[in-house]
Design a protein around this ligand. Structure first.
Ligand SMILES: Cc1cc2nc3c(=O)[nH]c(=O)nc-3n(C[C@H](O)[C@H](O)[C@H](O)COP(=O)(O)OP(=O)(O)OC[C@H]3O[C@@H](n4cnc5c(N)ncnc54)[C@H](O)[C@@H]3O)c2cc1C
Length: 420
């Protein structure tokens, strides 16, 4: 036997599973098909810029991040907790009133925050905010759209702000995602200030991998996982590895290759990364576009940010890095550069002539579709010795991936204990 546990996939779930397994005194080998750890949390370094493979943020309020990650070592550069909303020729900044007290009055007096909407928001979200996740887990779940309708949440705070912002977060412009999942995410937004590690998002999985005694075997794709008498056998291009248990921690799109499980539904997005010679916009907030009457963007871009404004380490001194995100569930999700530039010019009200595209990340399987009902799902055994984990077994987020990986390790530890 080469090891107690073989973990396939060095994304956040696989790495957390491996770390917990190691901590319980078991040996573990991690196989990763790519040449670096991180899975969906990777960073490209180009000419002194850092472009994450799809714009995303780390929220230090996630309980799993608080408990298992050394956030201080990541040196998080924090975004403002709020948004700039473009509606036609106007922009309005709406911000968390406690975190940005100077913006509290303008936020509450804005046309985008009518009182009936604030009341509806409190009714819809208040219980989850005040009581931890159990409140949202025990509540009847529905599609987000239906749930907000039933709460009487029908004004501009809903149509222009919440729907638009959440579509970008969930990569779902349809409103079909689980309302309870969204309530939980919003609770974390309300409690934390998400940001970007100094060395890019990939610093998160790299920190996790660094604590493994046996380094992750990079560039090693598992081709087959088979139960054999007394253990499991994983076939790779470089040979066969035998262990007592295998944990399959691959993303949703790769699951069907190694298991009998159906491929989970996913949501996709694309992120364009531009270098700008001048600073297009000041302030620490994400900009969302609600220029279509009734809400939603007037072009392909759902949100954009001058990332270097918040995360100075993402661009060389004196230069600026802009992200623009489109959604693949929209007909214009794969809009070309000319359309994206035109949209950015409208959003920032300036020419993008001197701007240069670095890279366009197309991520068709960014997140598992989180349809209702939200369940307290567990990693799934597909045999006596093969366990499947990942965000698609829990919730589609950094928190969900870490928790799923941790639960897998606990289940494995219990089983190994029983066999002793
Ligand atoms: C663009 C984008 C934006 C996001 N925004 C946020 C956000 O703001 N906040 C948030 O909380 N979450 C966000 N997420 C979600 C979060 O990143 C994911 O939920 C999480 O990273 C999933 O981790 P995972 O370990 O479950 O899967 P993955 O990261 O997909 O890891 C699976 C790993 O398995 C490897 N693998 C696959 N097949 C094999 C094989 N045969 N052999 C060996 N290895 C294999 C893959 O290479 C990969 O490394 C975002 C995701 C994306 C892509």
């Amino acid at each position: 036997m080469d090891t107690d546990v073989i973990v396939i996939g060095a994304g956040l779930a696989g790495l957390q599973c491996a770390r917990r397994t190691q901590r319980s005194g078991r040996s573990v080998i991690v196989l990763e098909s790519e040449e670096a750890v991180g899975g969906r949390v990777r960073t490209d370094h180009i000419d002194g810029f850092q472009c994450d493979r799809g714009f995303q943020l780390l929220n230090p309020a996630y309980p799993a991040v608080r408990d298992w990650i050394d956030v201080q070592a990541l040196e998080l550069q924090k975004f403002g907790v709020g948004v700039v909303v473009r509606t036609g020729a106007t922009t309005t900044t709406l911000a968390h009133p406690i975190r940005h007290p100077r913006l509290a009055l303008p936020t509450l007096r804005s046309e985008l925050t009518p009182l009936p909407d604030l009341v509806a928001l409190a009714r819809w979200f208040g219980p989850t905010l005040l009581r931890p996740t159990t409140a949202s887990r025990s509540a009847r779940d529905q599609a987000l759209r239906t749930s907000l309708d039933e709460a009487g949440f029908t004004g501009r705070l809903r149509s222009d702000v919440l729907d638009t912002f959440l579509a970008g977060v969930l990569a779902d412009s349809t409103g079909e995602s689980s309302a309870n999942h969204v309530r939980q995410l919003m609770r974390y937004f309300a409690l934390g200030a998400p940001g970007l590690p100094r060395a890019g998002m990939q610093a998160l999985p790299e920190q996790m991998a660094a604590s493994l005694v046996e380094p992750v075997r990079l560039g090693t794709a598992a081709r087959e996982v088979r139960e054999v008498p007394g253990g499991v056998q994983v076939t790779t291009d470089n040979g066969t590895i035998r262990g007592r248990i295998a944990v399959v921690a691959v993303g949703p799109q790769d699951l069907a290759e190694l298991t009998e499980l159906p491929a989970p539904l996913t949501r996709g997005l694309t992120t364009w990364w531009f270098r700008a010679p001048e600073r297009p916009h000041a302030g620490p907030f994400l900009m969302i576009d609600a220029s279509t009457p009734g809400g939603g963007p007037a072009g392909p871009i759902w949100h954009t940010a001058v990332v270097s404004e918040v995360a100075a380490s993402y661009a060389p001194a004196g230069q600026h890095l802009v992200e623009a995100t489109t959604l693949l569930d929209r007909p214009d999700g794969l809009a070309g550069e000319d359309d994206v530039r035109r949209d950015l010019e409208r959003l920032y009200q300036r020419s993008t002539q001197g701007w240069e595209v670095f890279v366009h990340h197309v991520v068709p399987h960014a997140l598992p579709a989180q349809l209702p009902p939200l369940e307290d799902r567990r990693p799934t055994w597909t045999g006596d010795r093969v366990l499947v984990t990942g965000d698609h077994r829990g919730t589609g987020s950094i928190q969900g991936a870490l928790v799923s990986g941790d639960r897998a390790a606990r289940a494995v530890a219990d089983l190994l204990e029983q066999w002793q």
